[in-house]
Design a protein around this ligand. Structure first.
Ligand code: OOB
Length: 541
């Protein structure tokens, strides 16, 4: 039976827009389960997932997903049921994802780094009935976490464990044969405009929000992203960022690679030592990283011997990539750079494979879809002059119209006519390429003057020997806020005087210079590896 309550608190695409996306062929009425089915029809015996332990051909993956779906249905999982998934990178994640989706259940994709505060909140908010975990990973026992989650969110009836199940059920026990004769067990027919999965918002303020993505919109997201990256059957994509994140999942990531008939390799450890070995062994052609990783990989070619010659494209996104670092990618790694400015809420921007070098190193790309609508607005919501800085607001065929079950927050995060307020400050070039210049809120108010954290960091990173830099505002009696620069340096820490002289030489206004420097051995990062300014400010105050 169909429980439609899961749609309570879901904000659908406006009907008129949906009709346009369908008429334009952007939405093709295919479910995510069919994405794999279609690929398996074309690519049956070809490798879909490579891995030393557990390679899958397309035919095998297709069958494994069906068997997982059948087993989940046999356990009473119904269309629309939410299931929190927290698995490390690997083929099992893909089998579980497609198994749930084909059963009509809605995976809520959480990161391995999430802990009880986040998982309990997300389980309760989504009304989850299930939780899929690994036994242990990176020294952490997820079964202990599951006990806590079940206590706090008793609706979570099923806990399925990859590996040793402890008091729960082993994931390996779930799959069973499809029995078409038994209508209760046959796979349900799904409405492609319905919710396929839920992503978790990447915001570093407040508790995470749920982002419900439909089959139609996410299928397009993956397909169009694969096209813009020129993905084909000979490509091997390496999933090295946590696969629950939109970037490695569907931009083009796992889903885009499968839609294009390529193969996916995995590693849960993005260190150069591990990732380079996987690239060499599986002749990886494309992968996606966040800027701090791109920087590390560029440096690591000096000490980590590996044959990276198969790598043709390195996607970098998730946070701003400093131009100096962008220029290093191609010479050091021998792969073309693609900047990706995206968000779990939808809108994706890519630099093109044929874009001139200057656009690739200095911009964060342009919108993926001809149907993406982007405006750059001032604090009053009026469009700024062409080329001027303002907040990016957007709507389009794969951008949500509201967070799931978050009416109050939606009133602020979306305009009354349904545009998503990204909170990102951008400038738009005549080519349509966007330059991200900061966050509306990542501004330090120093005695009434605004200092953009991103702008200052970009200048600091140009200082020889400064490896990472993060600017934060610290409370100050006379100024309100003063500018603190946390620095990770290669050798000796520069003095404040030296840094100020350097910034003055670069023509940066004096009020934007740091008031103090703090040496750190590393900067705190979020679950996907972006620099976490909020955590940093908390440690420095
Ligand atoms: C990706 O998604 P989220 O949801 O983790 O974070 C989105 C936010 C953006 O609003 C922006 O503030 C920042 O992360 N961001 C960038 C950026 N890419 C994302 N800021 C500057 N430059 C970039 N290239 O991070 C995400 C989702 C899909 C693909 C790629 C990244």
């Amino acid at each position: 039976m169909r429980d439609a309550h899961y749609r309570d608190g879901y904000v659908p695409f406006p009907d008129a827009d949906a009709a346009r996306y369908r008429a334009a062929g952007i939405w093709q009425g295919r479910s995510l389960g069919e994405l794999l089915r279609d690929a398996a029809r074309r690519r049956g015996p070809a490798l879909a997932l490579v891995g030393d332990a557990q390679p899958f051909t397309y035919a095998q993956l297709d069958q494994a997903a069906d068997r997982m779906a059948a087993g989940l249905r046999a356990r009473g999982l119904a269309v629309g049921d939410r299931v929190v998934v927290q698995l490390p990178n690997g083929p099992d994640f893909v089998v579980v994802l497609f198994g749930l989706v084909r059963a009509g259940a809605i995976p809520v994709l959480t990161l391995p780094a999430h802990r009880s505060a986040e998982i309990t909140h997300l389980a309760a908010l989504s009304g989850a009935v299930g939780y899929v975990i690994a036994d242990r990973a990176a020294g952490f026992d997820y079964r202990d976490l599951a006990v806590q989650v079940q206590e706090a969110a008793p609706a979570v009836r099923h806990v399925l464990v990859l590996g040793e199940p402890g008091p729960f059920e082993a994931l390996a026990e779930v799959p069973c044969d499809l029995n078409d004769a038994d209508p209760e067990q046959a796979l349900p027919e799904l409405d492609p405009s319905d919710i396929a999965l839920m992503l978790v918002s990447g915001g570093t303020t407040g508790l995470p929000k749920l982002i419900a993505r439909t089959h139609d919109d996410y299928h397009y997201n993956a397909r169009a992203s694969a096209a813009v990256c020129g993905l084909g059957e000979t490509d091997v994509y390496l999933a090295t960022l946590p696969v629950a994140h939109n970037f490695p999942l569907a931009c083009p990531g796992i889903l885009g690679t499968l839609a294009a008939g390529g193969a996916v390799a995995f590693t849960a450890d993005p260190s150069p030592e591990t990732a380079f070995a996987v690239i060499e062994r599986h002749r990886v052609t494309v992968t996606a990283v966040v800027p701090p990783l791109a920087q590390l990989w560029c440096a690591a070619v000096d000490w980590e011997p590996a044959d990276l010659s198969s790598l043709r494209l390195l996607q970098v996104g998730g946070a701003r990539l400093a131009e100096a670092n962008a220029r290093e990618v191609e010479p050091r790694l021998g792969a073309r750079l693609q900047q990706v400015f995206g968000m779990a809420e939808g809108l994706l921007n890519y630099t093109g494979l044929d874009d001139p070098e200057e656009l690739v190193v200095a911009t964060q790309g342009k919108p993926l879809s001809p149907a993406d609508c982007v405006r750059v607005v001032d604090a009053d919501g009026a469009d700024v002059a062409p080329g001027a800085e303002g907040e990016l607001i957007t709507k389009g065929p794969y951008t949500i119209s509201g967070y799931y079950r978050a009416a109050e927050h939606n009133a602020r995060a979306f305009t009354p006519d349904g545009w998503y307020r990204s909170g990102d400050l951008v400038r738009r070039l005549p080519t349509g390429h966007l330059i991200v210049s900061g966050r509306v809120k990542d501004v330090i108010n120093r005695g009434g003057e605004n200092v953009s954290c991103d702008e200052l960091e970009e200048h600091l990173l140009a200082y020889p020997g400064i490896r990472h830099a993060a600017a934060v505002g610290l409370p100050d009696e006379s100024l309100g806020e003063k500018v603190c620069a946390a620095l990770v340096v290669d050798d000796a820490m520069p003095t404040l005087r030296e840094v100020k002289a350097f910034l003055a030489d670069r023509g940066l206004a004096g009020y934007k210079h740091p008031d103090l420097l703090r040496p750190l051995s590393e900067l705190p990062t979020t679950a996907v590896g972006k620099i976490d300014r909020r955590a940093l400010a908390a440690t420095l105050t």
